[in-house]
Design a protein around this ligand. Structure first.
Ligand SMILES: Cc1cc2nc3c(=O)[nH]c(=O)nc-3n(C[C@H](O)[C@H](O)[C@H](O)COP(=O)(O)OP(=O)(O)OC[C@H]3O[C@@H](n4cnc5c(N)ncnc54)[C@H](O)[C@@H]3O)c2cc1C
Length: 431
């Protein structure tokens, strides 16, 4: 049910001979990628983003398997590869910063060092995707959908800025807490499945002088509370990532106010050692800050008449699968392609989009069943402290060391490897 407001009294019957207009809510990876493809196919595209610009911050995300094929079709593969984080390995440290073990074979965030997958900063990828798109896309920053009403021939949208406009179609690519989903499909609580873990990420200067390296501090070998820092942007920055568990109600753990969020993180991570107190002080100095619950969105349908959901808004896999970005890139390609193939007819395109992607999304969401155990606090340590990032395990362990008595860097077992393999294979249709 759409939010109610007066339906427009003028109705324009969309005909295949005119350009279909699409409003995309959210300029994350899913939204910018969809805009890229739709514009290329000749749709009229408006993107509304509530932030003042493309949002900075976040850790690295991974592009794997079929999603590399999408990036290649966008002509971005070389640039994306050139911007990969290029981490050489990682260490595990204790509260005093003493190294307990190290490996140059793989990293917790990016998987095997030198493997085919691309680990890239989320904000750099968003810039690349948005920059690759043609000039025809209209961006409305610092705005959002306030209400929308579907009527026979279109969707009447009122923006928070007060403007009203009618579009043929609306796509909600506005993330885990999608406003579009709430307006059209109902409350978030009906779809959001939390794993009880919270993650925050921000940037600080690389005062440790690390060189393309990742460091994990995980007291007691459990994942109840931990911190990961990795170098970024030519070793000038550290992207810091903390996670902690809580069984408290979601609304208490996710205050809307950014200052409250920072306060909560500082409190929950106060007992972490190593460099964490310094990182926490740096958290107050940066706008590139992200905090959220680790959760999945599970829905029986991703579209309702002229409104469809894309990416985290419709089927968030969670950072613990490491697959949200790859799924978003693939899904944007498929949704735009189906709309193009159907000449803008959503009645054909939206069901086809769902049919093509359901199994792929299910395979990606299933990874969480395996990685969430690592986060329950009972799993073997050290588990990935950030988005799980392993698709294959290199043979040999020569470059991995952990002193006796210290848990070794546990690599994914065959079950997890198989889950990753199944989730990163998807035959991209040609449109
Ligand atoms: C700042 C940030 C940092 C992140 N960091 C990580 C990370 O470190 N590791 C990881 O694995 N994943 C991270 N993610 C999630 C990851 O980017 C997604 O899982 C994946 O890329 C799919 O993205 P998406 O475009 O569907 O959703 P998102 O990346 O969440 O993008 C949604 C976009 O919609 C915008 N938006 C939200 N509400 C509205 C609204 N009402 N109106 C208009 N616009 C709205 C948001 O500002 C955002 O730009 C991060 C997401 C964000 C927003």
């Amino acid at each position: 049910m759409a939010n109610t407001s007066t339906a427009p009294n003028t109705s324009t019957t969309p005909s295949r001979s005119r350009t279909t207009s699409v409003l995309v809510s959210g300029a994350g990876i899913a939204g910018t990628a969809l805009a890229y493809w739709l514009e290329r196919y000749g749709f009229r595209v408006t993107v509304v983003e509530r932030a003042p610009s493309l949002r900075g911050g976040g850790q690295a995300v991974d592009i794997r398997g079929n999603a590399l094929g999408v990036v290649e079709r966008m002509g971005l593969l070389e640039e994306v590869r050139a911007r990969r984080t290029g981490l050489r390995g990682m260490s595990l440290v204790d509260a005093d910063g003493r190294e307990l073990g190290r490996t140059t074979e793989w990293t917790a965030t990016g998987g095997p060092v030198g493997g085919p997958d691309v680990e890239i900063l989320r904000d750099e990828l968003a810039e690349l995707v948005a920059g690759a798109a043609g000039p025809g896309i209209e961006y409305r920053f610092e705005d959002a959908i306030d209400t929308l009403v579907q009527y026979g021939d279109g969707v009447q949208v009122r923006f928070r800025s007060g403007t009203e406009q009618s579009f043929d179609l609306v796509v909600g690519a506005d993330g885990l807490h999608s406003n579009t989903r709430r307006l059209v499909f109902g409350p978030e609580a009906d779809y959001l499945h939390s794993v009880g873990t919270y993650v925050a990420g921000w940037s600080v200067p690389n005062h440790l002088g690390l060189d393309r390296w990742e460091v994990i501090h995980q007291p007691g070998g459990t994942t109840d509370r931990n911190c990961l820092a990795m170098t970024a942007r030519d070793n000038t920055e550290l992207r810091v990532f903390v996670s902690f568990r809580s069984d408290e109600p979601l609304d208490r753990m996710l205050p809307r106010d950014r200052t409250e969020q920072r306060r909560l993180i500082a409190e929950r991570c106060a007992h972490l050692g190593w460099e964490v107190p310094r990182f926490l002080r740096g958290m107050w100095d940066t706008d590139a800050f992200h905090y959220d619950v680790v959760a999945q969105i599970r829905m029986e349908r991703w579209s309702n008449d002229r409104v469809a959901l894309l990416g985290d808004a419709g089927y968030c896999c969670s950072p613990l699968t490491g697959q949200g970005t790859s799924v978003a890139l693939t899904a944007a390609y498929v949704l735009a392609g189906e709309l193009h193939a159907a000449d803008g007819d959503h009645r054909t395109a939206f069901p086809a989009y769902e049919r093509r992607l359901r199994d792929h999304v299910a395979a990606n969401q299933a990874i969480l069943d395996l990685t969430a155990d690592l986060y329950s606090g009972d799993g073997p340590g050290p588990a990935p402290a950030a988005p799980a990032g392993t698709t294959a395990t290199p043979e040999g362990d020569a470059a991995t060391t952990a002193p006796a008595g210290v848990p070794d860097f546990d690599r994914p077992g065959p079950e997890l490897e198989e889950a990753f393999r199944a989730a990163t294979v998807f035959d991209l249709p040609d449109y």
